[in-house]
Design a protein around this ligand. Structure first.
Ligand SMILES: [Zn+2]
Length: 169
């Protein structure tokens, strides 16, 4: 019986991934609905509360999906993390399919250990250099979003440890 259930679930996932989702009734998926955004953030424990405050301030509570990965946008575009990239694209596509999200809000942060791992100490040596490192990674992130998921909006920002955010366009 358990095996049967598993096969059924696998069928559902398989069907979705080859593009039949549009022809299937929406109740086939557990969490379908219409949501505002996917928020992309870093795993850093210090940022979880500021991120929560930020999404609350934008009245997004309960209206967004989350993808948390070391470095946020850096985790999606930096070469040293290339093994992770597919997980992001698969997840954002899944959230489009399940949640009908309209945009991705990517929030990098200052003093990010993953930024240091990805690009080296010199690229985050002072506030100005750090800003430029994130600006460049986020420009690449927006470019890849436009290439792969042109229907989605994209916002990119850099948050400090107190939760103050600077948006990049
Ligand atoms: Zn980080």
């Amino acid at each position: 019986m358990l095996q049967q259930r598993f096969d059924r679930r696998r069928f559902m996932i398989g069907a979705g991934s080859v593009g039949l989702a549009a022809t299937m009734p929406s109740f086939a998926f557990g969490a379908s609905g219409n949501y505002e955004a996917m928020v992309l953030g870093c795993i850093d424990p210090r940022l979880q509360q500021p991120m929560h405050n930020y999404t609350a301030s934008r009245r997004l509570t309960g209206k967004f999906s989350s993808f948390i990965i070391a470095g946020a946008a850096i985790g999606v575009v930096a070469e040293p993390f290339k093994d992770w990239h597919k997980a992001y694209w698969d997840n954002v596509s899944t959230s489009v399919q399940l949640h009908n999200i309209k945009k991705v809000i990517a929030i990098d942060h200052r003093d990010c250990g993953a930024a240091k791992i990805a690009y080296g100490d010199a690229k985050v040596a002072n506030r100005q250099v750090e800003t430029e490192t994130h600006r460049s990674a986020m420009a690449e992130f927006r470019k890849q979003m436009k290439d792969r998921l042109p229907a989605l909006g994209v916002e990119t920002g850099l948050m400090d440890l107190k939760g103050k955010i600077e948006m990049f366009t």
